[in-house]
Design a protein around this ligand. Structure first.
Ligand SMILES: [Zn+2]
Length: 387
C-alpha cells in the first residue's frame, strides 16, 4: 500500500456531526428532552428507544456479510465514527455521555491518571500491573474520573425512565458508573434473558430509553479473527437478536443497532518488550497495540518521537500530544484531562500493532484488534428499525 493510500484510510472522528457521541443527544432530542439537539437528524417520531450496542461490529464488516445478517443489512445503512481510540471503555463512555473522549476523559483502555505511577485500566476499573491492592471504586470514584452527567441522568431528569439491560458484572461497575450512571439495571444471564429484559423495559412507562449490550462478537473476533467462519456464525446470532426485538417491540418504538468499534486482523507485530530502541526514554506504555499512549521520561519526548518515527515508518502515525489534540483525534480536550494523554500518541495503520510479549502476553496473542483510526475500526453501523 502506498503512503498516500494509507493516509486516505485514516478517518478523523466526525464529532458533532456523525459520531457515537452524537447518538444519545439526538435520541434524547427525539424523545422531547429540552436542551438536547438532534445532531444526526434522526427525526424519530417515537416514544420508546432501545439502543443495542454490539461490541466489535464494524460497519464495513457488517456490509461485507449481508447474507449472514439479512435483517440488519436490510435496514437503511448509515454509519458513525466510533472516536479515538476505538476501544470499548472509551466508546461506551462516549455513547453513554454523548461527549467526545476529550470531554469525558476516558481516553484509553490503559491510561495515566495524574499523580499515579501505575497506569489505570478503565475497562476493568483497576490499577494496572504489580503493586498494593487498591479499592479502585473508592480511590478512583467514577464520578470523579468522569464528572459530566450521563445521558441516562439527563433522560431521568426529564421524566423518562432509563434502563440498562446487560450482564450482571456491569451492574455498578466503574465503567457503568462513569458512562451510564443514574439508570435502573436489569442483569441478564443469557441472550434469551436479554431479549426478555429489553421487552419488559421498553414501553413500561409513557416514554422509555433502554440500552442493552452484547459482547460475544468482539470476543470471537479477538480470539479467531474478524473475517472468520466463527465470527460470521456469531454475527448471525446478533442478526437474530435484532430481528426478534424488532418484531416484538411495542408501537412507536425505535430499535437502534450500533457498535463501539470495528476490528482488524493483526499481521505485523512489533514487540516493545524486546525491541532494542523503542523503550528508550519511555516511562509507561499505555493504550493497546493499535493505539498507544507513550508516556515519556522528563525531557525525553522529542528524542522518543524521533526514534519511534524512524523505527515505525509509514505503518504508524506518531503524533505528539499537542499534534494529536490539534488534529481533533479526541475532540475538544478539557484542560483537566490533557495530562491523561500520552506525550506521544501512536496510531497503527494497515495490519500492524505494537505488542508486549512479556507484559501483555494474552493481548499479544489475540488475532483481532482495534483502537486506531482506520475505516475498519472507526466506522460503526447506525441501523434503525421503527415500529
Ligand atoms: Zn474488543
Amino acid at each position: 500500500m502506498s503512503a498516500t493510500a494509507i493516509h486516505d484510510s485514516v478517518l478523523v472522528p466526525r464529532y458533532g456531526e456523525a459520531s457515537l457521541a452524537d447518538l444519545l443527544p439526538s435520541v434524547l432530542a427525539c424523545l422531547g428532552v429540552a436542551g438536547e439537539t438532534d445532531r444526526l437528524g434522526l427525526a424519530l417520531d417515537v416514544d420508546h428507544v432501545c439502543v443495542l450496542l454490539v461490541d466489535g461490529l464494524g460497519a464495513l464488516a457488517l456490509a461485507e456479510n449481508a447474507a449472514t445478517a439479512p435483517f440488519l443489512t436490510g435496514l437503511p445503512a448509515a454509519t458513525l465514527t466510533a472516536g479515538f481510540p476505538s476501544t470499548t471503555a472509551t466508546s461506551l463512555t462516549t455513547l453513554g455521555t454523548g461527549l467526545p473522549p476529550g470531554e469525558h476523559g476516558i481516553l484509553s483502555y490503559l491510561l495515566r491518571l495524574p499523580g499515579q505511577d501505575r497506569l489505570f485500566n478503565t475497562l476493568r476499573w483497576r490499577l494496572h500491573g504489580e503493586g498494593p491492592k487498591v479499592d479502585a471504586l473508592t480511590a478512583f470514584a467514577p464520578e470523579h474520573v468522569q464528572p459530566r452527567p450521563s445521558a441516562f441522568e439527563r433522560a431521568i431528569a426529564a421524566g423518562i425512565p432509563a434502563v440498562q439491560v446487560a450482564p450482571g458484572y456491569q451492574n455498578g461497575s466503574g465503567l457503568t458508573r462513569a458512562g451510564w450512571r443514574g439508570g435502573d439495571f436489569r442483569p441478564t444471564y443469557s441472550v434469551g434473558d436479554l431479549l426478555d429484559g429489553v421487552l419488559r423495559a421498553v414501553g413500561s412507562a409513557p416514554k422509555t430509553l433502554v440500552y442493552t449490550y452484547h459482547s460475544e462478537l468482539d470476543t470471537t473476533g479477538h480470539a479467531r479473527g474478524p473475517a472468520t467462519r466463527a465470527w460470521r456464525f456469531e454475527l448471525a446470532h446478533v442478526d437474530r437478536i435484532a430481528a426478534e426485538l424488532a418484531a416484538r417491540l411495542p408501537a412507536r418504538s425505535a430499535l437502534i443497532v450500533t457498535a463501539d468499534h470495528g476490528m482488524v486482523e493483526l499481521v505485523d507485530r512489533i514487540d516493545f518488550d524486546t525491541h532494542p530502541e523503542l523503550p528508550d526514554g519511555v516511562a509507561e506504555l499505555g493504550g493497546e497495540p493499535r493505539a498507544r499512549h507513550v508516556y515519556t521520561r522528563d525531557g525525553a519526548a522529542a528524542d522518543v518521537a524521533a526514534t519511534w518515527r524512524a523505527v515505525l515508518g509509514a505503518d504508524f502515525l506518531v503524533r505528539t500530544r499537542a499534534e494529536a489534540v490539534e488534529a481533533g483525534w479526541f475532540g475538544p480536550v478539557a484542560g483537566e484531562f490533557t495530562s491523561r494523554i500520552g506525550d506521544l500518541v501512536v496510531a497503527a495503520l494497515g495490519t500492524s500493532g505494537i505488542v508486549r510479549t512479556a507484559a501483555e502476553p494474552v493481548q499479544t496473542m489475540m488475532v483481532g484488534h482495534h483502537g486506531s483510526l482506520t475505516a475498519a475500526e472507526q466506522l460503526v453501523p447506525l441501523r434503525i428499525h421503527r415500529t
